[in-house]
Ligand binder design. Structure first.
Ligand SMILES: [Zn+2]
Length: 278
């Protein structure tokens, strides 16, 4: 029997939100079996709790830059990198106390979330792991973006992206996702945007906490003021986002995910379809 997992000791992480630029502190605490992923906004009156498993989903949760959880006026923004880390490490139950609306962006990847959660110690719980197995293909599309999941013995992600910016161009990567592969090949991949887009986002009031150190600002020849960790770091980050978004289903997925230029919005449509199956 594969068992559920949580963290052993409480751990803390803090940093600046990439979009809002505000500093947020997160307290991670272990949670009982079958309690799922829980966010608590400790800065708000009555400390509202948002439980991933019991939320209903719609496409509006994903915009072009981030994924947001909301119940009425209560929100937790930019959750995808932490969720990817939880998914990659196989953590099923956790309490995440946050004292701000947006989770820390850290270095723009999931690397620091992984090391912090590993420092807490990951422990098995006395309850069987529940998974969602795709038995018949599911797909959705939006203009030139496409996202499908096919039956598969395990979890595989195949992603294709294409950008007119020459330093990104066309990238394709297909990986069998294990904890080891996630930690080595996906978790360190940082978020990116193209030079022109960076200026537009700043003018719109987004990306207040972004800089060339936590966001790869891709110019003609490569990232401005930074170096790539992988030659194909953008496609790896897209896989990171996709894994984080899909973990909103609330349990590990068994299937082959095939994505063409899919982003948070389309990922949310897939989450909604998967949730309807549970
Ligand atoms: Zn991302």
């Amino acid at each position: 029997m594969i068992k559920q997992k949580t963290i052993k000791d409480p751990v803390v992480i803090e940093g600046i939100g990439l979009q809002t630029g505000s500093k947020t502190k997160l307290n991670f605490k272990g949670a009982p079996a079958n309690s799922g992923i829980n966010f608590i906004r400790v800065d708000l009156p009555n400390k509202p709790l948002l439980n991933i498993q019991s939320l209903s989903f719609d496409k509006s949760m994903g915009n072009s830059r981030r994924t947001t959880l909301s119940v009425g006026p209560v929100q937790v923004q930019t959750i995808e990198h932490l969720l990817a880390a939880l998914s990659g490490l196989g953590i099923n139950n956790i309490i995440v106390e946050t004292d701000g609306v947006e989770l820390p962006g850290l270095d723009g990847s999931a690397k620091e979330y992984v090391t912090t959660l590993e420092k807490a110690g990951i422990v098995e719980q006395d309850a069987p792991l529940r998974t969602i197995t795709v038995e018949k293909e599911i797909w959705c599309s939006d203009k030139d973006s496409f996202l499908a999941i096919f039956p598969y013995n395990g979890l595989r992600v195949s992603y294709f992206l294409s950008y007119p910016t020459p330093s990104i161009g066309e990238q394709f990567l297909s990986l069998e996702i294990s904890e080891e592969v996630f930690k080595r090949d996906i978790a360190p991949a940082r978020t990116f945007c193209v030079v022109g887009e960076a200026l537009v986002l700043l003018a719109l009031g987004f990306g207040k906490g972004s800089c060339s150190k936590n966001t790869l600002i891709m110019g003609k020849r490569g990232p401005v003021g930074n170096n790539l960790r992988f030659p194909d770091e953008p496609v790896r980050h897209k896989i990171l986002d996709l894994l984080g978004d899909l973990y909103l289903v609330g349990m590990p997925l068994i299937g082959h995910v095939i994505a063409v230029k899919s982003g948070h919005k389309l990922n949310m449509e897939m989450v909604k379809k998967l949730k309807e199956k549970i």
